[in-house]
Design a protein. Structure first.
Length: 110
């Protein structure tokens, strides 16, 4: 078992993200396949369009975000909503309503 307290974690900078502070709560080194991060986005934060070779799940714990796909697909996510992003699928993210957002991110390594 791995237990992580609320304020604990390792700070990280996510590639192609901006206006965000993140804490890695669980890493692949701990679990072998899963990384769990908590991302704190400022009102002007987000992520650029990019793919990832790994599966991702975003769970919005606070605020509102929009996740867009490369082909015009758009998903408005509010508190309690989540989205699954397949390996290789491109996406970007914007923070909505001029308010901060917090997102719990699960990344699965094949």
């Amino acid at each position: 078992m791995i237990s992580v307290k609320d304020a604990k974690g390792t700070p990280y900078d996510a590639a192609k993200h901006f206006g965000v502070y993140g804490l890695q709560k669980i890493t692949e080194a701990d679990s072998k396949r899963i990384t769990v991060c908590y991302s704190y986005f400022q009102p002007d934060g987000g992520a650029e369009m990019s793919p990832s070779p790994k599966e991702r799940v975003y769970y919005v714990t606070k605020g509102s975000i929009t996740v867009n796909g490369k082909d015009g697909e758009s998903h408005l996510l509010n508190e309690g909503d989540m989205i699954y992003i397949a390996p290789g699928e491109e996406r970007d993210m914007t923070i909505n309503n001029g308010k901060p957002a917090e997102v719990l991110v699960f990344i699965v390594t094949p």
